[in-house]
Write a protein that binds this ligand. Sequence first.
Ligand code: FAD
Ligand code: NAP
Length: 313
Amino acid sequence: MILDCAIVGGGPAGLTAGLYTTRGGLENVVMFEKGMPGGQITGSSEIENYPGVVGEITGMDLMIPWPAQCQKFGLVHEMANVTRITKKDDLFTIHKEDGTSTDAHSVIIGTGSSPRRVGFKGEDELFGKGVSTCATCDGFFYKGKEVVVIGGGDTALEEALYLAKICSKVYIVHRRDTFRSAPNTIKRIYDTENIELILDSTPEEVYGDNMGVTGIRVINKDGERRDIKVPGVFTFVGNDVNSETLMQESGDFLCEMNELGQVKVNLKMATSVAGLFATGDMRQDAPKQVVSAAGDGAVAALSAISYVDELLN
Ligand code: FAD
Ligand code: NAP
């Protein structure tokens, strides 16, 4: 069977694309998602800027109803790690890790982005043994203890606020003396008593013993070093676009990308390849918000419906 539309990635973008394609009349639509649908926001301890959702809500709470809403209109979720998307003539092929493949007339990709590593000594060796990129997952291990947060963007500051409620003290190590975050979030950071800012500083080395992390050494812009004895280090220094599935055997990407490795799209979320639409965090100029990823999914779905209609009729 050839799918009308294959959706790759089940975050806010992919799930919304699934809702709009199925509800808009496409017959066979499968969303390929390698994990639990919901995307990266499910790892966030708090979301307060999704329109209409008022009060304290976790990313997981926000996303739980989305798959069921799509499935009601016929979206099928296949748990699969997509390794490559190819196109021959008018047909796309979705290649999966288990060696199987599925053909489709159109593809909407929304594989999002993944946390970046900072690059200091010991980070990789102690990852999962005290170094973490997820406060909601690992914060509880440090209840009543001190932790370090690296980064100065929205994610670092919001997750530091979350950790400050669990941990006795949170040190924020940031390489500049100003933050790249919403003013309200910055104000909350300054208002939180058990947060200490270590500015103009970068991590040099995280170290530990066979039980895990025991401390981190940071260096400031004057070359002064400081050891902070903590069992937990959380890094939040941005994300890289997940574009591997677009990489072809030749080493070229299936569609045009920009210099930052993001997929080039037009206002219909159409890429340079007919029938291929890109959405959410992976596309150029993405605002990297749940609401905009969902909006992209809706736009891409409407574009895919028109494309398939023209192709088959
Ligand atoms: P993602 O959410 O990244 O989803 C992509 C999906 O594709 C994932 O489920 C992944 O498993 C899947 N996938 C990837 N590769 C493959 C593959 N090869 N095969 C199959 N499946 C694959 N935004 C806000 O609006 N408000 C906030 O308060 C906010 N807080 C945040 C807090 C944190 C800690 C983080 C990390 C992000 C936050 N964001 C917030 C940003 C928001 O989460 C993203 O902008 C949004 O999730 C992007 O949606 P997406 O669908 O493009 O991608
Ligand atoms: P980000 O905005 O790219 O911020 C990354 C932070 O890490 C920056 O402060 C950066 O420093 C620092 N950094 C990067 N590389 C580093 C390195 N090698 N060593 C030390 N520090 C380093 O990433 P983000 O905070 O994950 O946010 C990603 C996107 O999601 C943003 O668009 C953000 O607005 C959005 N988001 C929104 C919300 C919300 O709306 N509430 C919540 C979370 C995320 P510099 O500042 O010096 O560059």
